[in-house]
Design a protein around this ligand. Sequence first.
Ligand SMILES: Nc1ncnc2c1ncn2[C@@H]1O[C@H](COP(=O)(O)OP(=O)(O)O)[C@@H](O)[C@H]1O
Ligand SMILES: [Mg+2]
Length: 559
Amino acid sequence: MKSSRSKSKTNARADKSLIAEPQTDVETRPKVVVGILGPVLDKGSDARRWERWRPTVSVCQHEELLIARFELLVESKFRKLAEQVVADIKTVSPETEVRLHEVNWKDAWDFEEVYGVLHDFAKGCNFQPDEEDYLIHITTGTHVAQICLFLLTESRDLPGRLLQTSPPLRDHTPDVGEYRVIDLDLSKYDQLASRFAEQHRDSVSFLKSGIETRSVAFNRLIDQIERVAMNSKSPILLTGPTGAGKSRLAKRIHELKIARRQISGPFVEVNCATLRGDHAMSNMFGHMRGAFTGATADRPGLLRSANGGLLFLDEIGELGLDEQAMLLRALEEKRFLPVGSDKEVSSDFQLIAGTNRDLAVSVRDGRFRDDLLARINLWTFQLPALRDRTEDIEPNLRFELEQFARTHGTRVTFNKEAIGRFLKFASSSEAQWSGNFRDLNAAVTRMGTFAAGGRISVEIVDEEIARLRLQWHTPSVAQHSDVDLADVFDAQRLAEIDLFDHAQLIEVIRVCRSSRTMSEAGRKLFASSRQSKSSSNDSDRLRKYLLRFGLTWEQTQRT
Ligand SMILES: Nc1ncnc2c1ncn2[C@@H]1O[C@H](COP(=O)(O)OP(=O)(O)O)[C@@H](O)[C@H]1O
Ligand SMILES: [Mg+2]
């Protein structure tokens, strides 16, 4: 039987693809198709071949698509099939001239080789785009060949538009199927680009928790972080003072990667200052049951728990040297040895490290491995202190007020004079914001709590300014210690504790955190009086001291 040209259904298509061009063609130049013979799709030598959709032949069967010439690329081993196809095209479209070109590759799935062959072919053609309208048929050939044709068309080595054909929608109809012409030059391409830009804007806003920050430098920083986070799996190092938002940003990056389906694993977070002593290794890398006394069951460890997700090592500068060596190996080879095991395990995670130390100094002091630093500081981003982005205090203040409303169930607002007063102080050089967003958050919590009827008055602001002034003038131990009382007390409670007690509390908590038990901490804290007295219960003494501030041993361990 003879298949005749039948009307394509392409025009009737409702689905408007983003880059498909409408099929009304005002082109007058003769059409020339460049395509590869498909050894599978174009196959067939008996009469039943006319009942099947064969892309190369079907291109020449569309009534409104007159093909003057077909440049058909053929591997020499399919020569016979090529001749059959040439004969069939002659029957359905006698006016189409078919020219065969021999192309040969050893491996049709080898990108470099196939691209090289097709590129050479393109270079050897004397294309005359002013005279002829080229259509690059990308439906046949291996996926690799199709992608190469796409690339060569995009680079204009093949100066034409893409032609994509597809089988008829209903089975068993001897139909010629459909086609669409895709112009990569088209302005529709811009729509794609603007979609990407829009997505980029959304992501940046997400990383900023929706806060409309105004600092140019900060916005540029987040812009870069978004690009790196969305395009790289390499470690990221976030530096900056305490409370600048490192932990929060790491968490947002994880949420963003989940939302964009880049990863599906968990967010595992640990402050390396808590990973000290005997169990640091097993905490990180896991252990096997029986590896040491007390190891009653297998433990996966943080690295393995983060498999497929994101590991946030906060205060990475506090990590011990042995752990650093193991971590480096785990990063480079994605493999490591759990404690007491002779079998390596693997874990694939992205690392974000945080620090408020200058790690280069730690390297000089021999406290940090230079090879680990080199591995993690490919992308280093320094989050600015709040006092270096005073233009962002107002939007952040609004954000904190909304957060307060959400957690406390009451909406609080400033009266006009009060907000002016607060912002003036907040952006003055007097305001140190040494705890950065933690200080801002605490200030809003305190003012919100004191606000009668949800209104923050000038008096409340003045009291708060006095409190902040006092806080920022506490002895240096408070500012240079790793302990932040805000981790242990809520803002209201902290405001009630006399400045007189701050320094001692900080030191006591620091000792508690570096001790395994309350009695060990008690022995260290009361070492001198122990020597002079015959006996004393250090543990009990410590417990009573903590109780004065409503603290338990467990609470001192909270960071
Ligand atoms: N950009 C921000 N705007 C407002 N609050 C923030 C911002 N970044 C962080 N915070 C809040 O400030 C506090 C400290 O942030 P965190 O990420 O823990 O800081 P870091 O890890 O640098 O010490 C947290 O309560 C956090 O929710
Ligand atoms: Mg942190």
